[in-house]
Design a protein around this ligand. Structure first.
Ligand SMILES: [Zn+2]
Length: 409
């Protein structure tokens, strides 16, 4: 009896999932993506695309919360209310792009939509609209709320991540919700982990100031301690290579970008400065990594009787959302239903907005996108069939995670 009932429930779920998948309108999404790419929206100049996107949400029957980030620039929030007793999910993505530069003009050709922002990530933003539209047209009620957040200020450093940070603030104040954030960025794989990153500066300063090099034995010249420090950094990378490699993102990295020392050929340098980047895994926080750098430089500074200062900038903490997380599993299940195969689970050395959402907002986050292969290239394009599949995965993920008509707790 019990078996019979659960089989009936499974069949019912299968039917609902098929109906929801079929409710995704690929042509509607293609046209929406085309319209979004046609509106230029370089970071800090997103006002027009925000207006357009808000109108589309409005047309689909959503009350749009326009959250001003700076004058004329808005994060847009919409909510598909659930019946109230399931977990809630936020679909998230950015509407801004890098400068258009020499990118191919916007045009549609066969399965491809060309133009700046097509794959990064207006295509995915159109797919999200398509997912919400399908949930509405299929008359589906979820158990938990489904949120959509279209944000500004992601790409160009000039914006200082103001859109993502405004979202974090709005999470904290309760203006938006979602127990999990699914960012539609990247490839159609489960990107659940990013290393942390920082730009570091190591400064060695000689208290005795600059002196004619003939008066200073070479072994006391501050510049040779810079050589020692570079050797020590080389050894540090070897230690990282020999240490535990993250199963998803590989080994940690330290890289040097600039070395500056000295101002004249026969004068000892007063100040030596090295800058570079470190990318590290979830084993440590930024402060701890900074302390490691200080520890490796301190004996060298001491040997050279140099003052040491180690500092960091643009630091982002690492994040990792377990692959077993129910939201990650929901997307995996949806991907399996749409594609008939398993989605890869990946981690990356590069950071993204999930590093902010997890560490500052406290919301478990991860990525699953339609594509990213041509992002930031002059030949940027997106596959329209992949947008349709992504929309199917987004809608079904919401069904799996938030719960469908009482099929989940
Ligand atoms: Zn992007």
């Amino acid at each position: 009896m019990q078996i019979k009932k659960s089989r009936m429930q499974m069949e019912q779920k299968q039917d609902q999932w098929t109906a929801l998948k079929d409710a995704i309108d690929g042509e509607w999404i293609a046209q929406m993506a085309h319209a979004l790419v046609e509106i230029p929206s370089v970071t800090l100049q997103e006002a027009e695309v925000c207006r357009y996107y808000a109108v589309q949400l409005d047309k689909l029957g959503f009350a749009v919360d326009r959250r001003e980030v700076s004058e004329g620039r808005y994060n847009l929030y919409a909510r598909l209310p659930g019946s109230g007793n399931g977990p809630s999910l936020m679909l998230n993505g950015h509407l801004d792009t890098i400068p258009i530069g020499d990118c191919v003009p916007c045009r549609r050709e066969g399965d491809r939509l060309y133009g700046r922002g097509s794959t990064d990530m207006k295509g995915a933003m159109a797919a999200k609209l398509g997912a919400l539209r399908a949930l509405k047209t299929a008359g589906i009620t979820l158990n938990g709320d489904l949120w959509l957040a279209a944000i500004v200020g992601h790409e160009q450093p000039e914006a200082g991540k103001d859109g993502p940070l405004a979202l974090v603030e709005d999470y904290k104040s309760g203006r938006v919700g979602g127990d999990r954030i699914l960012i539609g960025e990247g490839w159609n794989e489960l990107w659940v982990m990013s290393m942390g990153t920082m730009v570091f500066t190591i400064e060695l300063t000689s208290p005795r100031g600059g002196t004619h090099t003939t008066y200073v034995p070479f072994e006391e010249n501050p510049i040779r301690f810079v050589g020692d420090l570079i050797q020590r950094i080389t050894a540090y990378q070897e230690e990282l290579d020999a240490g535990a490699s993250h199963p998803l993102a590989g080994t940690e990295r330290i890289d040097l970008g600039t070395v500056e020392a000295g101002d004249y050929f026969n004068r000892t340098p007063v100040q030596c400065r090295l800058t570079g980047t470190v990318r590290w895994g979830p084993r440590a926080r930024a402060e701890e990594v900074l302390a490691e750098l200080r520890d490796l430089a301190a004996p060298i500074a001491e040997a050279g009787q140099l003052e040491l200062e180690v500092s960091m900038d643009h630091e982002r903490e690492p994040f990792e959302t377990p692959a077993e997380d129910p939201a990650v599993q929901a997307v995996a299940q949806a991907h399996r239903f749409v594609h008939g195969d398993e989605s890869a689970v990946t981690g990356k050395r590069i950071v993204g907005d999930a590093n902010l959402f997890v560490n500052l907002g406290g919301v478990p986050s991860f990525y699953y996108g339609p594509s990213n292969e041509t992002a930031h290239s002059d030949g940027e394009w997106v596959s329209l069939s992949r947008l349709e599949q992504a929309a199917q995965v987004y809608a079904l993920s919401a069904a799996a995670y938030c719960g469908l008509n009482g099929s989940r707790k």
